[in-house]
Design a protein around this ligand. Sequence first.
Ligand code: BGC
Ligand code: NOJ
Length: 821
Amino acid sequence: MKPETASPYGHFDDATREYVITRPDTPLPWLNYLGQDEFFGLCTNTAGGYSFWKDAKLRRLTRYRYNNVPYDLGGRYFYVNDGGEVWNPGWKPVKAKGVKYECRHGLGYTRIVGERDGLEVETLFFVPPGENLEVWKVTVRNKSAQRKTPKLFSYQEFCFFEALNDMTNYQRTYSIGEVEVEGSAIYHKTEFRERRNHYTLFACTRPIAGFDTSRDAFVGIHEGLHEAKVPFAGQATNSVAFGWNPIGSHQINLDLAPGAEESFAFVLAYVEQGEAPKFDAPFVMNKSVGRAIVEKYSAPGAVDAALANLKAYWDALLGNFQVDCPNEHAQRMANTWNQYQCMATFNMSRSASMYETGIGRGMGFRDSNQDLLGFVHMIPSRARERILDIAATQLSDGTCYHQYQPLTKKGNADIGGDFYDDHLWLVLSTCAYIKESGDTSILQAPCAYADKAYENVVTDTLLDHLETSIAYTMKKRGPNGLPLIGHADWNDCLNLNCFSTEPNESFQTAGDVRDSKAESVMIAGLFLYAAREMAGLYEHLDRNTDAARMHGHYAEMLETVERVSWDGAWYTRAYAADGSVVGSHTNAEGKIFIESQGWCVLGGAGANNGRARQAMESVHQHLYTKNGVVLQQPAYSAYDLRLGEVTSYPPGVKENAGIFSHNNTWIHLAWCQLGEGDRALEYYLSICPSAKQDQIDTYRGEPYVYAQMIAGKDAPCFGEAKNNWLTGTAAWTFVVVSQGLLGIKPDYAGLRVAPCIPKDWPGFTVTRRFRGDTYAITVRNPDGVSKGVKALRLNGTEIDPTKPIPVVGDGSTHSVDVVLG
Ligand code: BGC
Ligand code: NOJ
């Protein structure tokens, strides 16, 4: 296999859109997500992980112990007892010798197959679209020449729904666990007798030979999962948990002739039973909703039909954007994995991954607004709903709750607000939504401010929120005329008002921002971008006075940026609370930062005076490495309480000169804006996971999804990825590849085509669904240029290449021919 496609641990199967892992001992657990709507599961390549409904903190259904030893232990386990020999198809937890293993992480499903001694056990985990449950399909095949009578034991641990309580409050939790067993179904109903109206169902679609619901009975008190008592004994105990730790385990006895196989399934469901009636008898829960679920999935063909739905679901979603281009990595990521990761970040924000425990952070204000940019082309209606949810956590003074819980949609008071970039991202997500969908009605959608949510009649609209956001930045400016920073801007670790000397406080919340003078150049650049977006929106709405007002704000901020933020060869980063400059050649460390170069250039600063190009050349000279662009240089070597958390990290990691993939994407877009297609692709590939397979033992992360951070050149582990999956990199990279490099940009009046590609690309094709039509776009590059469209034809007719392709709107496919030059 070509090195572009394979690593020593596995390979891409582009045809099936799977990453195939061929040995279980990957450099780190490699994760996949199950679920697309409201029920989600984390599933690693050894079947580790857990499931939850909507909210990993408040509705966690199965239990997982983070930072375990090994890292990943506990999950959707099957123990096979084949003539006394015990093993797992996913290798863990027994890790028996001689198990042939393959894991295929696909779109919304994970298939793990183990084979030992002629017995093959295939397990498949997925969440059917629109359902609040997970299906575990199992197929057992006797590939040997002898009859086999294996016993199979399912195993997973129930969580008491509220995850923090579940893992901290044992004086209570050890006494409350309750289950019921009915036929092949195990019902976890802790707290159902009091305030809950929901339970967890774990059922098998075939008759069982026994069950266990007590962890102590199944595993033992002094045993580990790798030596659990029941599977080694080969006999379930039919234990009914009373307190302690309820689990779900079914025993299946099979009798397979040589060549025979048997398939069956398990369902793990979140069930809201309702109140009518809650109980059939004292202590006997009304299980009618759960029973109906078991019945549905026990019907022949039901599981395979659900799987077919899932495949059709993803085919349709990805069909909205497909490219055929000369670079294998860009093509693979854009067509499949990048879009797939965008769905995960849209659903999870920064809540639940191998690095986020699902407890600390819910939906981030700035994070979720940015996540929308890579998702909106897939399901615009969900983006619409999300925008309104996020906006409703803004306060009437313009500040925003920094995070909110997905279940309650209420702002999180612990972290609060006062991150003075947050509100501006709402402008970007709203404009992206309208450009994609054409739906300007969202602007008039009623949307209360979080501090006015008690009002019965909501008179504020989303457009009011956008105006409030712009006005807030104009108002909140410091001595140099730049936006104040608050607790931090996009860089959560640039805490210019924190001055923390107390190790037990959070850098993000400590410090008084009220009378601060600390200013952010990055917010100024972001503001330029947002003000221009607002002006464009008003022009689209024919509200020219409002557009002119926005252009006025833009001009004022641009003048300020150029006057106070140019350092000679790049834009500075900030002014600290004491008025000193941050990110200047006059600083000993942290002389040049990435974020202000990216945002000033994207905001249009330096466009007419050569500074944009010079700033980008400085990025190339001081910050670029083969593994991506480091956040700043030189890295901070000592804690500086004026600057906060950014100086707390060892040099080369996270915000202290790590390669923070998210902000790299702004540089990619800036290169595209400058017409530098070769640089743009080179930079794009420097952080692209698919391109890391030949250095995977250094990189360590999943080669199919972006990492939040890759260790920078100052770190001993230069090139090592961390915090994979939940990062704004996913959305922004999709913007880079689809709108920057390939140049297919949604605009109010239609799709714009303005590619910026490497000069040696002969061309590419894109299929793009847009407002109900399909555009089959062919781009040719006969003159070997990076940028510039010299001819554009729609369905064979020449049209103006400087304008968007008009929306045809007849639901059919249109050919678009583009000639660069
Ligand atoms: C991390 C940031 C993150 C912040 C807020 C910091 O420790 O370095 O990347 O945004 O925490 O949770
Ligand atoms: C991760 C956070 O989720 C995001 O909000 C922040 O912008 C980056 N870290 C940079 O600090």
